[in-house]
Ligand binder design. Structure first.
Ligand SMILES: [Mg+2]
Length: 358
């Protein structure tokens, strides 16, 4: 089997529905959601698909570098192609969200050839997993409490906050939310790297007191020493290495230097399916969990393929809260059962709807 073409479909820009603290007012923030679909075409009629969220950058990478690298290669030699892209990354400094795009499409091809849903090919641990409601940033404590009520009503069994990035206000929100939902609902907090050490420590202690399940990415993740220091001062589990570069190599250092209690893994930021599985197995060797970052079908497959993870991340991005079509009334997400990843795109629909096809 050989790769004979690599196609890019830049989809029309849609207004960003998601409001996070770091996005409000950023110039150009409405460009974030102009996605590109990548299609890897083989000589045996089996195509693989994946997505790059910042599509203009994706177009450039595919046309200028990836197409030349991929055409003529065997799509089933994924480790070989992963290594070639990793070598390319040294020169090109690929955006972290683009590093795994080819790998995801290659796994789509592999699972279609195997006639299996991806999670059963990768490992296969469960058919469904609980989803947590992962909030965007809402306007007030009262609004968060109202959103939490709706999430529980919809069947979610756990809630994670993305809040304002103000340590004192976020601590107050955490206390109020815990009081509101009671002791039995797992709550998590995601700092999205909004703090320096002193505020990260203050907020971590408040989350600890409120019985939160994990404290995620309070600071930028380039200083492992800072995380190591924070971990020595907190009992709440620290979830780390979501947006740090370097895939499993970087996760290994967070683990070795005891700079976190749980590591992030994801197909989107950690080198595709191959990178995500490497991190999950690395963490498992240390009896640690690798919690899967971000939604979408490839991440469902990873979460259902590995034993050492707890939840699927389902974004709750508006109030009133709408049901995530992937989450059922019991708060569960089921892995797609069709061969491959189970993307719903098809070639003719993409060719009709794309703003730019190359
Ligand atoms: Mg996060």
């Amino acid at each position: 089997m050989r790769i004979v073409d690599v196609k890019s479909y830049l989809l029309p820009k849609t207004p960003p529905p998601v409001t996070f603290r770091w996005r409000a007012g950023l110039p150009g923030s409405d460009d974030f959601d102009e996605p590109m679909v990548l299609r890897i075409v083989t000589d045996e009629g089996v195509d693989g698909y994946s997505e790059i969220r910042r599509g203009r950058i994706g177009l450039d990478l595919v046309e200028r570098r990836l197409k030349h690298l991929l055409i003529g290669e065997d799509p089933l030699l994924k480790e070989d192609l992963w290594k070639k892209i990793w070598e390319l990354d040294r020169i090109e400094e690929l955006p972290i969200y683009a590093l795994g795009a080819v790998d995801i499409a290659l796994w789509d091809i592999t699972a279609k050839v195997a006639n299996l849903p991806l999670y059963k090919l990768m490992g296969g641990y469960r058919n469904a997993i609980p989803a947590y409601a992962s909030t965007v940033t809402f306007g007030s404590i009262d609004e968060y409490l109202a959103v939490a009520d709706q999430c529980l009503e919809l069947g979610y069994t756990a809630i994670k906050l993305h809040a304002w990035g103000d340590a004192r206000r976020d601590a107050l929100l955490a206390r109020e939310l815990r009081r509101h939902v009671g002791d039995q609902i797992p709550l998590m907090y995601d700092g999205s790297a909004g703090f320096d050490f002193q505020d990260a420590l203050y907020l971590g202690k408040a989350l600890e007191d409120a019985g939160f399940m994990w404290y995620e990415e309070p600071m930028r993740e380039f200083s492992i020493a800072s995380y190591q220091n924070l971990k020595t001062k907190l009992d709440i589990p620290l979830l780390v290495a979501e947006t740090s570069d370097g895939c499993h190599f970087n996760s290994a250092d967070f683990i070795k230097f005891q700079a976190g209690d749980i590591v992030r893994t994801s197909t989107g930021l950690k080198g595709g399916v191959t990178g995500a599985i490497r991190i999950a197995h690395l963490a498992d060797a240390f009896q640690l969990r690798a919690e899967v970052h971000g939604g979408g079908l490839p991440n469902i497959h990873v979460a259902c393929a590995i034993p050492n993870t707890t939840y699927y991340e389902s974004l709750v991005f508006e109030n009133p809260v709408k049901r995530d079509p992937l989450v059922d009334a019991n708060g569960m997400v089921s892995a797609p059962q069709s061969p491959g990843i189970g993307w719903t795109w098809d070639k003719s629909a993409l060719e009709e709807s794309a703003a730019i096809i190359v």
